[in-house]
Design a binder for this molecule. Structure first.
Ligand code: SF4
Length: 425
């Protein structure tokens, strides 16, 4: 018998990375209370499988799917076209090892991990990709990840100024162009009836999402549960997601012990990287709310078209995704800060943890402004800058524990604020 050839260096590398990815996914599953695993199984399975799907997809094994890089592409459009839609995001630490060498040293870790995931299967360029032009990493992602200029990519050119009539018009135009592109890619016309039905299906899930938020506010929901449910939203059919959510909430969910509630903002949290969530909650705090684009912001709530015409439906989708969007890449962003303060006040939250992935410039630039504003409002603030690594965990825990103690001590005082201002001047 001829001995099988020795695996190449690349094959060995891919094997190692796949093993590590599986371990990362398993670690999330094992961190859950066994009593909760059944309710969370549909979300966990979909998220775990999505890595495999993408690997197989990039090897050409699955039917075409459209991936989008951001929450600003309305999922209702893809649903109305009857196609699987996935958000392309990656939280794996391991995949960064296959990211192209030409990526800058201080690249957004999420973009790097995504590029590594695509590179694992070699040429991935037949993927259909929707790229909303938010931050520079997203705009440059196709080029950095090695997509050819002729690849089926649609850039949603979204305005960086969002207030006012002109911005609203441009937003509507961008959603209309996306619809036309999806129709061309799929060869299927998206009729107003199908769009209306998609809008209604998403709207039907909105009250259940509100209930989930209330549970979260009353501390009946650990952060990892919420993250699993919301990360899976962008990978599942809306009706399957909604049913799984109802089943999850049908289990008794009594408020847990009362811990100091904090609000989480900043760079995305993507499965299986729940490091920040675990560290915050292990430091004795409860994450009662967030405005992260892979968590609470994934589902912007009810869409309200004026009538059933195509124009009204497109406009309502544009308005909904426009109004609810608090992406830091906007130039006129007073609304984001006001909303952050309002959410913290409404939910009687005592402190804000600002999560910045190293290389995530929009949130890094915004952190100082957020700190000034929140402290001026008497709200405690902590910025944590981190990467897709485990080595900084001890340091982060020490800072979080100190922050937890300061929150328990009460609101930020004017005297503390003055100390900071003096240090700044
Ligand atoms: S906003 Fe930050 S996390 Fe999101 S893609 Fe851009 S750099 Fe990465």
């Amino acid at each position: 018998m001829t001995p099988s050839p020795r695996p190449s260096r690349r094959e060995r590398l891919l094997k190692r990375i796949r093993t590590e990815m599986d371990q990362e996914c398993r670690a999330v599953a094992e961190s859950l209370d066994p009593a909760d695993r059944t309710g969370l199984a549909p979300f966990l399975e979909r998220l775990t499988q999505s890595s495999t799907d993408l690997r197989e997809r990039t090897a050409g094994a699955l039917a075409p799917k459209i991936f989008s890089l951001c929450v600003q592409a309305p999922p209702e459009l893809f649903h109305a076209a009857g196609i699987g839609h996935s958000r392309l995001a990656c939280g794996s630490f391991a995949t960064a090892d296959t990211a192209p060498r030409h990526l800058p040293a201080l690249a957004c870790p999420m973009a790097k991990s995504m590029a590594g995931l695509l590179a694992m299967a070699g040429e991935a360029q037949d993927l259909s990709l929707v790229v909303p032009t938010t931050c520079d990493w997203m705009v440059k992602f196709p080029e950095l990840a090695g997509f050819r200029e002729t690849a089926p990519i649609h850039f949603m050119e979204l305005p960086h100024l969002r207030e006012g009539e002109a911005a609203a018009r441009r937003w509507t135009g961008a959603v209309k162009e996306l619809k036309t592109w999806v129709e061309k890619r799929t060869g299927r016309r998206i009729r107003p009836k199908a769009l209306l039905s998609a809008v209604r299906e998403f709207n039907r899930a909105a009250p259940s999402f509100e209930r989930l938020l209330s549970l979260r506010r009353t501390q009946a929901l650990p952060a990892a549960h919420f993250a699993l449910i919301m990360n899976a939203f962008s990978l599942m059919d809306i009706n399957a997601w909604h049913q799984a959510l109802l089943d999850y909430m049908a289990g008794s969910r009594a408020p847990a012990e009362t811990r100091p509630p904090v609000f989480l903002t900043g760079s995305p949290i993507v499965f299986p990287n729940y490091k920040m969530l675990d560290l915050i909650e292990n430091a004795g705090m409860h994450i009662a709310g967030d405005d992260i684009c892979t968590m609470e912001r994934v589902f912007p709530g009810l869409t309200a078209p004026r009538d059933n015409s195509e124009y009204s439906l497109i406009k309502a989708l544009a308005d909904r995704h426009h109004r609810a969007c608090t992406c830091p890449t906007f130039a006129d962003n007073a609304r984001r800060m006001n909303r952050l303060v309002a959410q913290v006040r409404q939910n009687k939250i005592r402190g804000v943890v600002f999560h910045v992935l190293k290389g995530c410039h929009p949130f890094d630039m915004e952190a100082g402004l957020a700190e000034e504003r929140l402290k001026a409002e008497g709200i405690r603030f902590l910025k944590i800058e981190t990467d897709y690594v485990k080595s900084d965990e001890q340091n982060i825990v020490t800072r979080l524990e100190a922050f937890g103690r300061s929150i328990a001590a009460g609101p930020e005082t004017a005297a503390e604020n003055r100390t900071i201002e003096t240090a700044l001047n």
